[in-house]
Design a protein around this ligand. Structure first.
Ligand code: RVP
Length: 500
């Protein structure tokens, strides 16, 4: 006979937090959201910590280098998607590690032989008004000029006019030398009344642009997470097939932590991957594993050497694994059981292996619940996909701006390695959907609101840190009737936009 678990699979919306005594110590701006990312021994500090307990999902539609830069600057970390060639993933990692505040690698470039039509198409696609004109159209080849809106008139110029006929050529450009500081670049911008300063190396190759408008926004990022060389931290997803080739190239590119990405991580392939990484690199390379939803799965991966373990099967907003395969577990129940296993493992071994709640966060308060239930940090896809910094297109759908968001198990992503159960290569059936999510603007603006809410909830709970919340938070199950009581009820709401 199969084993029956006595619990019910529950999710976050079925719980609420009970307020605790709020003292003067737990006012929102004194609350720490610092979280360990990787395993550590009792009385030691983890080698990597997050300043906010958020990581972005290992997905094509969520985590590229731009998301990674934006999130690390705000205290969290991205895992750059692994469902791409090793070379392009390593290149994204390199872009994050090369990032210098205010110095932007140009991602809109053409050659002098392109046409005005190409300029307009690229402007539309990239959203950038400044286009680097380089010898071969690459972002790091010889700079021959730039094109901005001041260089052409759509009403007068024909669309097949060559870029070389209207660009501002190199000899008319003011440039900065590779290696100058942001303050020096800004002095040049101010002295020459420029909007944009190209930074070039000794061979006249384009390295960066510095934009006048960026200066102020790069002043305050107190939460930024960086390595000993002040370079932003970045993670990357790997799989259990090509890790022998992928991991070395990601390390060479400067990755700080990798994570095995799988919808079902309780497998011997994950153990083999962990063993390979640990035997090859010892403790120098940090590696997470998952996903699991119970004690057995956690212990298996922790014992195999995982630096953190991801929890969640089937709860992702774009995920249909539960419908397709009938496997999974309510995210709250999964976190509660795995957190208990982590604490048990810590007691027994003196080693703390952080757990990550992955998928299924819909409301901001779900984040606090996940943390209170024992998650050390949270992975989100849908949440981040809505922002400017995610890699997908922004489209107008039925009068509203939307961003595209698709699952790694959808036909669009074709990330069969994530769903690999051995045997032949390839995606056998879909476990994810292709969707839209409402466009929400800049990551930082949204994050500020979310973090404000989390701090406010923690303040109400009378706690000052995530550990404090996990030790002293009080959680209650809610009945379906009392859920109705939690929203506006028995009134006619005037403006439905405030009803969220
Ligand atoms: P959500 O934040 O609810 O959008 O969930 C994101 C998570 O969903 C990812 O981190 C991953 O674990 C899972 N995912 C990604 N693709 C798919 C799929 O196609 N089924 N699921």
């Amino acid at each position: 006979m199969a084993h029956y678990l006595n619990d019910i699979s529950r999710t976050f919306s079925e719980y609420l937090l009970i307020p605790g005594l709020t003292t003067k110590e737990c006012i929102p701006n004194q609350i720490s959201l610092k979280a360990p990312l990787v395993r550590f021994k009792a009385n030691e500090e983890p080698a990597i910590s997050l300043n906010i307990p958020f990581v972005s999902a290992i997905m094509q539609s969520v985590s590229d280098h731009k998301m990674a830069i934006a999130l690390a600057r705000n205290g969290g970390l991205s895992f750059i998607f692994g469902s791409q060639s090793i070379e392009s993933q390593a290149e994204m990692v390199r872009k994050v590690k090369k990032y210098k505040a205010g110095f932007v690698i140009s991602d809109a470039n053409l050659t002098p032989e392109n046409t005005l039509a190409d300029v307009l198409a690229l402007k539309e696609k990239s959203g950038h008004a400044t286009i680097g004109i380089t010898e071969n159209g690459a972002s790091d080849s010889k700079l021959l000029g730039i094109v901005t809106g001041r260089d052409y008139r759509i009403t007068r110029d024909s669309l097949d006019k060559k870029v070389k006929e209207f660009m501002t050529p190199f000899d008319k450009l003011i440039t900065g030398e590779f290696g100058i500081s942001l303050a020096e670049a800004n002095d040049i911008i101010w002295d020459h009344k420029l909007n944009c300063l190209p930074i070039i190396d000794n061979n006249q190759c384009l390295k960066y642009f510095v934009f006048r408008k960026d200066y102020d926004s790069h002043q305050d990022n107190p939460n930024e997470i960086s390595d000993a060389d002040k370079k932003l931290l970045v993670g990357a997803g790997i799989n259990t097939r090509d890790y022998r080739e992928r991991v070395p190239q990601l390390i060479e590119a400067g990755v700080d932590v990798v994570c095995i990405d799988s919808s079902d991580g309780f497998s011997v392939w994950q153990k083999e991957t962990l063993e390979y990484v640990k035997n090859t690199y010892g403790d120098k390379v940090k590696i997470g594993a998952g996903n699991v939803v119970d004690r057995d799965g956690f212990l298996y991966l922790a014992e195999a050497g995982a630096d953190f373990v991801k929890v969640g099967v089937g709860g992702g907003s774009i995920c249909i694994t539960r419908e397709q395969k009938g496997i999974g577990r309510g995210q709250a129940t999964a976190i509660i059981e795995v957190a208990a296993a982590r604490d048990e493992y810590f007691k027994k071994t003196g080693v703390y292996v952080p757990i990550c709640s992955d998928g299924g966060i819909v409301q901001d308060y779900h984040m606090v619940l996940a943390l209170a239930m024992g998650a050390d940090f949270i992975m989100m896809g849908r949440y981040f996909a809505r922002f400017d910094e995610s890699p997908t297109r922004k489209l107008m759908v039925n009068g509203n701006y939307m961003k595209e968001y698709w699952g790694e198990g959808s036909n669009r992503a074709r990330n069969w390695q994530r769903y690999d159960a051995g045997g032949a290569e390839g995606l056998k059936f879909e476990e994810g959907v292709d969707s839209f999510v409402p466009y929400a603007g800049k990551l930082k603006d949204n994050l500020d609101i979310t973090l404000g809410k989390i701090r406010s909830t923690m303040s109400s709970c009378g706690v000052t840190s995530i550990i404090d919340l996990q030790k002293n938070g009080k959680i209650t199950l809610v009945s379906s009737t009392s859920i109705i009581e939690g929203g506006a009820h028995d009134v006619i709401v005037k403006d439905s936009r405030n009803n969220g």
